[in-house]
Design a protein around this ligand. Structure first.
Ligand code: IYR
Length: 222
């Protein structure tokens, strides 16, 4: 017998087509304004805002609805300094040895290097982890499905929520990221996915002059 239980779709109300078009365009224009920022103000951000952004992330679809994510919000300055030291150690290796020439060339338009001052300047770092498996109360392992995809979807919503709230963010992926487990004391079933740096932009911040692909380039209608 199926153990599935169903309820009416909560809060659904069909929109008139014109309204739908307006909203789709307005949402696109809002999201198109989002830019990754690499210079942050040290101004603190409201914890309520961060909590709601993470609630939003937690609404993402996930494999078998197992919600295999964990968001560790770091505001403590000592912790942020330790994360900066850990990240810069990896990044120094990356930029000087590990990255092939082709990769470094691809990064040139972004103007990045091993120096990551934003990890200390920005008020909030959200370390996003994927739970590669779940653990029951008795310590038993539970298989998770599509963990990376699920966490990617949740992170996308998180980035959208941060933007919608009027803050800016940077998706930072020091590689490898295992040092985050050590610094943040995370269990071995949690694999770091990325570090989302969140805050207000620094005064007069500039962003790379790069563009997005057009609809034609990213979509096919068949
Ligand atoms: N993790 C490095 C390098 C880097 C890699 C990619 I792919 C980017 O889109 C940006 C940076 C860094 O954060 O500098």
């Amino acid at each position: 017998m199926s153990r599935a239980k169903f309820i009416p779709l909560p809060g659904y109300a069909e929109l008139p087509e014109e309204e739908m078009k307006r909203r789709a365009e307005a949402f696109y224009l809002e999201m198109a304004r989002r830019r990754t920022v690499r210079e942050f103000s040290s101004r603190p951000v409201s914890r309520d805002v961060i909590e709601n952004c993470i609630r939003t992330a937690g609404t993402a679809p996930s494999g078998a609805n197992l919600q295999p994510w964990k968001f560790v919000v770091v505001s403590d300055a000592v912790m942020r300094k330790r994360i900066r030291i850990g990240a810069e150690e990896e990044e120094r290796e990356f930029y000087s040895h590990r990255a092939p020439k082709e990769w470094l060339e691809a990064l040139e338009p972004l103007g990045t290097d091993h120096d990551k001052p934003f990890l200390e300047t920005a008020p909030i770092l959200i370390a996003v982890f994927g739970e590669m498996y779940g653990t029951g109360k008795d310590g038993s392992k539970r298989k998770h499905y599509y963990t990376v995809e699920s966490v990617g979807l949740a992170t996308g919503l998180l980035i959208g929520a941060v933007h919608q709230a009027g803050l800016v963010a940077l998706t930072h992926t020091p590689s490898p990221m295992k040092f985050l487990n050590t610094i943040l004391g995370r269990p071995e079933n949690e694999r770091p996915f990325l570090l989302l740096v969140v805050g207000y932009p620094a005064d007069g911040v500039q962003v790379p002059d790069i563009s997005r692909k057009s609809l034609k380039e990213i979509a096919e209608f068949v």
